[in-house]
Design a binder for this molecule. Structure first.
Ligand code: UD1
Length: 417
């Protein structure tokens, strides 16, 4: 299992280009199941979750024509297998995104229930409830859910909790259902809006994306998808924090600053100098960081996927920061590891109280989930001495070549294979 060895204390300098958004490409790949033909997707990040999703789709009968550079060509004419195997679903929760498209396309889906996950229970009850409202019947068979419907029919669905992949799943299923579906309390994340826009380009009738209410008029068929994935806002935010935490100066290029506004504001409030252009963000760290309070919320609130990285930054800020995690019930796994580096963090339920310390020190560290691992990398970059981070497969699920990108910014980072 790969490890990252980081010698901390180097100020990062230079430019880093952001890759395509992992959380945008996964639903788009799932959406290719709604089509029958040659889908061409560009701007695809080279991350493990993409490889897993492509394997899943080929298992279902799609044919990967090519994956060259950042372009995937996927022929979905032969999709005929409704069963998503446990080995793949268990490694990536986003596999549940195939549930809606499979029922819409094949009238049937067998997907194993995602197991417990490091950041909380993360059930898919709202996906299932929504699909039931569209007429699907579900059975639980040996840890797999079997969903079936001769034909899905539009309905009105209210999400008790805002769910990103739940909204995506229902939008995809409803795109090929009979009649009108209205999704209320829908997710407004840019990845959901993008999926809606791509489905519209493929012939779907969807309105209201980006608001709480999305309306879908079902159509009989969709054309294959052709699109370019937009830049990853979480990757952009992570490199912004990398610049600040090392007191360096980094230009984060090829990104969409409007998607990271909550982080820009919080970092400015903490005393970081930030200059925003159309598609780049220049971040200059200083030595006068002040603690700020952060509460995570669904978009356009502060993203839960940047909470861990922000906590790493706050460990070195003057004074106290209060970080409240509102989206997931157990997303402070990184706190214990950061404490081992000398951070002063107290957890009370959904709240973390971080008291800034003058310095962190390198330590052997264990990555526990994708974004938690990013926070450990950030802390290690700023710490005195060497850190060895194990289980970096978590980070490779969602960050393209993070070691190479950081090395180009001057970090001392080595991958042990
Ligand atoms: C997506 C993102 C993930 C991000 C999360 C929140 C992808 C592939 N992943 O995950 O990176 O951290 O949004 O922004 O896009 N819930 C239920 N029942 C359900 C579904 C969700 O109770 O059926 C709860 C979850 O446990 C969680 C909350 O709703 O507490 C939000 O989860 P959700 O938005 O569904 O997260 P994902 O779509 O899995």
């Amino acid at each position: 299992m790969d490890k990252l060895v980081i010698a901390g204390g180097k100020q990062l300098k230079g430019q880093v280009a952001i890759s395509g958004a992992k959380n945008a490409v996964l639903p788009v790949l799932a959406a290719t199941l709604l089509t029958s033909g040659r889908n061409v997707i560009e701007g695809v990040p080279r991350v493990r979750d993409v490889t897993t999703m492509v394997r899943l789709l080929t298992d279902l009968g799609a044919r990967l024509e090519s994956f060259e550079g950042d372009q995937i060509v996927l022929d979905t004419s032969g999709v005929n297998n409704p069963e998503a195997p446990y080995e793949l679903v268990s490694t990536m929760r986003a596999s549940c995104l195939v549930l809606g498209p499979l029922i819409a396309r094949l009238g049937e889906a067998k997907v194993s229930l995602p197991g417990g996950c490091a950041i909380g229970a993360r059930p898919i009850d709202l996906h299932v409830k929504g699909l039931k409202a569209l007429g699907a019947k579900f059975r639980l068979v040996q840890g797999n859910i079997h969903g079936s419907a001769k034909r899905l029919c539009g309905n009105s669905i209210y999400f008790d909790t805002v769910t990103v992949t739940g909204t995506a799943n229902l939008m995809m299923a409803a795109a090929l259902a009979d009649g009108e579906t209205v999704l209320e309390n829908a997710a407004k994340e840019p990845e959901v809006v993008f999926l809606a826009d791509i489905l519209v380009q493929a012939g779907a009738k969807i309105t209201g994306q980006g608001t709480d209410v999305i309306t879908i008029q079902g159509v009989p068929a969709l054309k294959p998808i052709e699109c370019r994935i937009f830049p990853d806002r979480i990757e952009a935010g992570t490199y912004m924090i990398a610049a600040a935490i090392t007191g360096g100066e980094v230009e984060v290029t090829d990104c969409m600053p409007q998607h990271v506004e909550p982080l820009i504001h919080k970092m400015q409030e903490a005393g970081v100098e930030i200059k925003v252009d159309d598609s780049s963000i220049r971040v200059k760290g200083g030595d006068s960081l002040t603690g700020v309070d952060v509460k995570t919320h669904p978009y356009p609130g502060f993203p839960t996927d940047l909470q861990a990285q922000t906590m790493a930054l706050m460990t070195l800020a003057r004074g106290q920061s209060i970080i409240v995690e509102n989206v997931f019930e157990n997303r402070f796994m990184h706190a214990a590891e950061l404490r081992r580096m000398g951070a002063d963090i107290t957890i009370d339920g959904h709240t973390a109280i971080v008291k800034g310390v003058a310095q962190l020190s390198g330590a052997p560290l264990m990555a526990t989930d994708l974004r938690a691992s990013a926070s450990l990398v950030l802390a290690a970059l700023a710490a005195k001495g060497e850190s060895v981070i194990s289980r970096v497969y978590h980070i490779d699920r969602g960050y393209e070549a993070i070691d190479e990108k950081l090395m180009r910014l001057g970090a001392s980072i080595k991958r042990l294979r």
